[in-house]
Design a protein around this ligand. Structure first.
Ligand code: ATP
Ligand code: MG
Length: 251
């Protein structure tokens, strides 16, 4: 699904990730770990083409990312769901409307404006809300929900376009432990039942070890580790997080 060969990625003139070599297959559940500024979000977002390719070979879902055309990029992005730490929901809209917005590419604008949805579409939304266990709040506005509930709505919305890949950038960083576990369990179920490939940036190492089949450890733009959680030794963990404490203070 994703292939990176000697890939160097970054922004404008700045190279951030160097000589990446990765192959990601359908159905994997991958956790990316590493200190702040390591390049985790850059790595994740490169999958939807927002990041400059300096050198090397890069393929996502059979699209060549080195010189991908805008039209192809739009097609690719329809197949990738994204979840952020900050949810990115429309607060004043209901749970149902937010989830349905994930399907809008399939619903003509005129129907969307008057909120005329077909039976089939409503059934699908119902099912998605069940998957993330938010159906009993379906008519509530999103600003009436807790953080965990909002993140579950965001997952349902991401699923609405039947993605092959879900990218999750720190999906649980803003949540308490119980809500975080619920969100991770839902992602695990989506991965197992729907065979969606999931790549998640995670700050909590224990959570990454518990839910992910494969861990990619990044530090200073380099992949330090790529393997099973059981292969992560204390020595490797130290290497992945090396230099974190000496980060300059936040302004
Ligand atoms: N839009 C951008 N333009 C230029 N440089 C950027 C941009 N976004 C990030 N960077 C730089 O890329 C480097 C890696 O940032 P990235 O956000 O990928 O790190 P991260 O591992 O996700 O960190 P965190 O854990 O804090 O989210 C940093 O030096 C950052 O300043
Ligand atoms: Mg980040």
């Amino acid at each position: 699904m994703i292939k990176m060969k000697n890939l160097t990625l970054g922004y404008k003139k700045e190279k951030i990730l160097n000589k990446l070599n990765l192959k990601i297959k359908k159905g994997e559940f991958i956790g990316i770990i590493g200190p702040s500024g390591a390049g985790k979000s850059t790595l994740l977002m490169s999958v939807v083409g927002g990041i400059k390719v300096f050198d090397g070979h890069f393929e996502v879902l059979d699209y060549n990312m080195e010189n991908i055309k805008k039209k192809e990029l739009i097609k690719l992005r329809k197949q990738v769901g994204i979840i952020f730490q900050g949810y990115n929901l429309v607060d004043r809209l209901s749970v149902l409307d937010n989830v349905i917005s994930g399907m809008l590419k399939d619903i003509p604008m005129a129907r969307a404006i008057i909120k005329y949805y077909k039976e089939k579409e409503l059934k699908k939304v119902q099912k998605l809300m069940e998957i993330v266990d938010i159906q009993k709040h379906s008519l509530k506005r999103c600003d009436e929900l807790s953080g965990g509930q909002r993140q579950r709505v965001a997952i349902a919305r991401a699923l609405a376009s039947d993605p092959k890949i879900i990218l999750a950038d720190e999906p649980i960083s803003a949540l308490d432990q119980k809500s975080a576990e619920k969100v991770m369990k839902i992602l695990e179920k989506i991965n197992e039942d729907l065979k969606v490939t999931i790549i998640a940036n995670l700050h909590h190492l224990e959570i990454a070890n518990q839910y992910c089949h494969r861990i990619i450890g990044v530090n200073k733009g380099i992949i330090i580790f790529d393997g099973k959680p059981s292969e992560l030794t204390n020595e490797i963990i130290e290497k992945i997080y090396e230099g974190e404490a000496s980060e300059e203070p936040e302004e």
